[in-house]
Design a binder for this molecule. Structure first.
Ligand SMILES: NC(=O)c1ccc[n+]([C@@H]2O[C@H](COP(=O)([O-])OP(=O)(O)OC[C@H]3O[C@@H](n4cnc5c(N)ncnc54)[C@H](OP(=O)(O)O)[C@@H]3O)[C@@H](O)[C@H]2O)c1
Length: 430
């Protein structure tokens, strides 16, 4: 018998309750345990719910009813937010309860502290649903790929951002229209800032870096660019060169240092990552033994995310069935993770897409090419859209590998030239 105290009965909480009700038989067959929810913590007892909980479930607005109830074995935190969630999880662990959470923002900020507390008490702290919703990437990195040195990780980790970029690409919408459509369909929150500014993706990337590389990478150390500056024009131009623009989270290890970033990136249309459409997520991992693998699926939503939470509940059951089992919450034996040595963003090397906006002026191409050559940036392809008679003509360059510092320097130089009419747009190419 395993009794859950559920904190939060919104999207994910409803999905979890639905799965427990509808798939009870298979879950019991697989775990050999009767798993049930004893109490659900909410803010508003009168609110109408998407799912009806079993009649014996008790509702409360008081966190003490979860934390102080000796019948509750595990607290499942599906409220979101930082302070209340952190306090609930900390109190639950102090009270000897295992914890399952989907709260990536909290984990990105306070994960090491919470996993250390859980380890000191011999308790499980599970978080499969915190990254990429229904995609089992946490367990994959911690267990299935545990024998690998992970060399690189690339992910599309935010369904809202991916939906907007996909609609801009396939339906030729501008950013504002695609965002409104995402809101109308319930894919974007009323305040979509975290999704479109790349912050939610950065939270998830920090959680993945710990699992993949065994290092703690500070959230504020991740360079983040969202999708608000991606225009229809760049999507179309990238497409003409055979690329799609995706919001990518990337991390790799280079000579012991970790390079990480979240930014809109051109991805060759033949790559699987370019094909990830709508509100789907995907994660590509390169391990030194397994080679590249890719997981693809729904990164949000009630039952996809509930499925990941339930996987944690079942993993907990399996651990509890072994007397003296020590839960390894980090995948690194619960030892405190060392701080990552960070590869400074300006040392990052990749191919790049540049769009210069210039006025009709003799020698423009030559001046741009000269500046790039002087910064050691070698040009792979160049195209000028339309003729040079206009006052705002786009010129696109795709480059070979170049250092980010050189890219920034050449943009500064070219943006200061008299023929440049608006700031240069630049994105890396995967
Ligand atoms: N939605 C997704 O697809 C998804 C995917 C992956 C991860 N997550 C993560 O899962 C967590 C939950 O997300 P969600 O979308 O399910 O959120 P949600 O729909 O907004 O639901 C939040 C629930 O928590 C309750 N709650 C919030 N603050 C509370 C407080 N101070 N005291 C008591 N109850 C409180 C709310 O109660 P009331 O209903 O009474 O207001 C509501 O039932 C978040 O950390 C989110 O980042 C969500």
């Amino acid at each position: 018998m395993l009794r859950l105290g559920l904190a939060g009965f919104g999207t994910v909480g409803s999905g979890l309750v639905r799965i427990l009700l509808e798939n009870h038989e298979i879950i019991t067959a697989r775990t050999g345990q009767d798993i049930s929810i004893k109490t659900i913590l909410v803010r508003d007892l009168a609110k109408k719910r998407a799912v009806t909980a079993a009649p014996e479930v008790r509702f409360t607005t008081n966190p003490d009813d979860l934390v102080n109830d000796p019948d509750i074995d595990v607290v499942v935190e599906l409220m979101g937010g930082i302070d209340t969630a952190k306090s609930l999880i900390t109190r639950a662990l102090h009270a000897g309860k295992h914890v399952i959470t989907a709260n990536k923002h909290l984990l990105a900020l306070h994960g090491p502290e919470l996993t250390a507390l859980a380890a000191s008490r011999g308790l499980g702290l599970f978080f499969e649903a915190s990254v990429a919703g229904g995609i089992p990437i946490v367990q994959t990195l911690r267990e299935s790929l545990g024998a690998n040195r992970i060399e690189r990780l690339v992910g599309i980790l935010n369904g809202t951002a991916n939906y907007i970029l996909s609609e801009m690409t396939t339906s030729h919408l501008d950013f504002a229209t695609a965002l409104k459509q995402a809101k109308d369909l319930g894919y974007a929150e009323a305040d979509p800032t975290y999704d479109i500014e790349g912050l939610d993706t950065a939270h998830k990337l920090v959680v993945l870096i710990r699992l993949a590389f065994g290092r703690d990478f500070p959230l504020q150390g991740v360079p983040v660019r969202g999708i608000t500056q991606v225009t229809q024009m760049d999507i179309e131009l990238a497409r003409e060169f055979g690329y799609r623009i995706k919001l990518l989270a990337q991390a790799r290890e280079l000579d012991g240092r970790i390079e990480a970033s979240v930014q809109p990136t051109l991805v060759k249309y033949t790559y699987l990552l370019a094909r990830v459409g709508g509100n789907f997520n995907a994660v590509r991992v390169e391990g030194n033994a397994v080679g590249p693998i890719m997981l693809h699926g729904q990164g949000a939503g009630d039952t996809p995310t509930g499925s990941a939470v339930m996987a944690d509940v079942m993993a907990l059951c399996r651990g509890l069935a072994v007397p003296g089992w020590r839960f390894d919450n980090t995948g690194f034996g619960n030892k405190p993770l060392p701080q990552a040595e960070i590869l400074p963003a300006e040392e990052s090397v990749s191919m790049h897409y540049f769009r210069f906006s210039v006025a009709d002026h003799p020698g423009v191409m030559a001046a741009i090419s000269k500046s790039m050559a002087e910064h050691d940036i070698s040009i792979a392809q160049a195209v000028q859209k339309g003729d040079m008679s206009g006052s705002d003509v786009p010129i696109v360059f795709l480059t070979h590998n170049a250092k980010a510092a050189a890219v920034a320097a050449t943009i500064r130089e070219i943006d200061a030239m008299s023929f440049t009419v608006r700031p240069t747009v630049q994105f890396p190419i995967l």
